[in-house]
Design a protein around this ligand. Structure first.
Ligand code: NAP
Length: 315
């Protein structure tokens, strides 16, 4: 067995330990439901990948992302939430109690809150992961402020890249969009807005080959290559923002929960999914806001719905 849990049957299991999962844990724990939180493959969620969080209400001086999620977890533990590390490999939601296989062990629950998030898609470059939080970011709203007067790059050709590039022109001395093609996936209106912004420069048909400088522990530049001409060159940059999409962590629920074409959970109103007793919270469903505070709010909502359902059933 990969971990120890007090029992295999639970009133509530929460999948995910980011803002949504931790908030759902605080609420369900305070309601006396002793939730079990399955940490997931990125414990702490997206916040654990950022540095300082300045826009979460209640912290006038800001707070480090990993500290914020750890605080939430401690708050939930104080009220009796139990945490295990590991991820859900398989789920059987065909009847209640729902069954989940976690690290080879089957667990059961009456109510399930899926707060497994969406992981930012990365380019997969060796140095990219080493420089996350030190110049490499997947969230302009979170980290843009730190690049005031600096050189910024945004990678991608979708709506997120356009939106993030526009947002980042508030801070950066210059913002360059790097896109691997000439055509854009972005909607016309978002593209035109970015094209009309004089602070945005464009490098099309361009791919990123490497990011520097791991030895200095901070982003100083990138190696770029023009796919058409084959030319490769080094370009100085301070902030490197990925906007190449997010991948929702819904693999175990394919064919059971209603998912959209990209795998995000389709809401059936409030925190409800198509399966009674299974609730969603946070980025696993939210393609629009994707903020720590909105995920926390969604966790609260899912917890209240789960609590009310269990109470109505006499559990
Ligand atoms: P997206 O539409 O899937 O676009 C991803 C972009 O990243 C594409 O241009 C893609 O290039 C590029 N890309 C993917 N993998 C790459 C790789 N390995 N290397 C280089 N480039 C890569 O994702 P998104 O922009 O995050 O948008 C997701 C959804 O949210 C969309 O439905 C979008 O409309 C919506 N959204 C809406 C708003 C808004 O309306 N305010 C804002 C943000 C997002 P290719 O085009 O070559 O595949």
């Amino acid at each position: 067995m990969g971990f120890e849990v007090s029992e295999s049957m639970h009133s509530v299991i929460i999948i995910g330990s980011g803002c949504a999962g931790n908030t759902a844990a605080i609420y369900t724990a305070r309601a006396g439901l002793k939730p079990l939180v399955i940490g997931g493959h990125e414990p702490g969620g997206q916040l654990s990948l950022t540095t300082e969080v300045e826009n979460f209400p209640g912290f006038p001086e800001g707070i480090m992302g990993p500290q914020l999620v750890e605080n939430m977890k401690q708050q939930a533990v104080r009220f009796g939430a139990e945490y295990v590390s590991g991820k859900v490999d398989e789920a059987d939601l065909s009847k209640r109690p729902f069954r989940l296989r976690v690290e080879g062990e089957w667990l059961e629950c009456r109510a399930l809150i899926v707060a497994s998030g969406a992981s930012a898609r990365w380019l997969g470059l060796p140095n990219e992961q080493k420089l996350i939080g030190h110049g490499v970011s997947s969230c302009a709203t979170c980290d843009g402020f730190f690049y005031r007067g600096k050189k910024i790059m945004v990678i991608g050709g979708g709506d997120s890249a356009m939106e993030e590039a526009n947002f980042l022109t508030r801070f950066g001395e210059e913002v360059t969009i790097i896109h691997r093609r000439e055509e854009f996936r972005a909607s016309k209106i978002m593209l035109e807005r970015a094209q009309a912004n004089p602070k945005i420069k464009w490098m099309l048909n361009t791919i990123v080959e490497d990011i520097f400088d791991v030895e200095q522990g901070v982003v100083t530049g990138v190696q770029l290559k023009n796919k058409k001409t084959g030319e490769s060159w080094r370009q100085d940059v301070d902030g490197f923002f990925l906007a190449i999409g997010h991948v929702p962590n819904t693999q175990p629920f394919v064919g059971q929960l209603d998912l959209d074409a990209e795998g995000f959970i389709v809401s059936h109103g409030g925190a409800r999914t198509n399966i009674s007793g299974v609730f969603h919270a946070g980025d696993v469903e939210d393609r629009v806001y994707r903020q720590a505070i909105t995920a926390a709010g969604a966790g609260c909502r899912a917890a209240i719905e789960a609590e009310r359902m269990l109470e109505a059933e006499g559990h």
